[in-house]
Design a protein around this ligand. Structure first.
Ligand code: SF4
Ligand code: SF4
Length: 199
């Protein structure tokens, strides 16, 4: 796989991300199941998982900004929670995403969406804080609630090779960065030596 083909793949992922953003934010607004202002508590959880594929747009962005090597360095011993979470208070319950436009699938659908239960019926999947803030959620019409798994699998279907496993977000970012840095290195032509230095 070349860097050009990874860039094409990344554009496909971003198209799905853009649709995903519209669909989930439409449901949140129409149902009023919005996140709490400035809340970012879920970003602290070590359970935020993604595949390397989902982090390809972010890895390419960091490469293009010249930030890929230092980011990879900071992931040598990855901390348990996402390195891009910017805390606004000491405990981190308030904060924001430092790479909002490039965040992976789970970060786009977590909060208010739907899943299928073991009987195949649609049910709401809400974060605890949203449930507490909107106790009337039980009477919610869920027919329009988007299925989180369906959107995640739309991304996965673009490349099974790069989405073999979901793992902690920092580990998948490391994998994606290693891949783009290796390809960038292989595809950078050697500088042309002056003729008198050619042996
Ligand atoms: S990418 Fe952004 S939204 Fe996702 S866990 Fe990290 S800080 Fe949170
Ligand atoms: S999903 Fe829940 S924990 Fe995460 S930002 Fe929204 S309200 Fe806060």
């Amino acid at each position: 796989m070349s860097l050009v083909s990874l860039r094409e793949l990344s554009l496909e992922i971003e198209k799905i991300y853009s649709e995903m953003g519209e669909v989930f934010s439409h449901f949140q607004q129409q149902s009023n199941l919005m996140c709490l202002p400035q809340c970012g508590a879920c970003c602290l959880a070590p359970t935020v998982e993604a595949s390397a594929l989902e982090l390809l747009p972010l890895a390419l962005y960091l490469l293009d900004e010249g930030l890929a090597p230092e980011t990879l360095d900071s992931l040598k011993e990855p901390p348990p929670s996402c390195i891009f979470y910017k805390k606004l208070n000491e405990e981190g319950s308030k904060g924001f995403c430092g790479v909002y436009q490039k965040r992976p699938s789970l970060c786009r659908v977590f909060g208010a969406g739907a899943r299928l239960n073991k009987n195949g019926a649609k049910e709401l999947s809400l974060c605890k804080k949203i449930k507490e803030a909107h106790p009337a959620f039980l009477s919610q019409d869920i027919s329009e609630a988007p299925l989180m798994g369906l959107w995640k699998s739309r991304v996965r279907n673009l490349s099974f090779a790069l989405s073999i496993h979901d793992q902690a977000i920092n580990l998948s970012l490391k994998e994606a960065l290693e891949k783009v840095l290796l390809l960038a290195d292989l595809e950078t032509p050697d500088p042309i030596k002056p003729i008198d230095q050619v042996s």
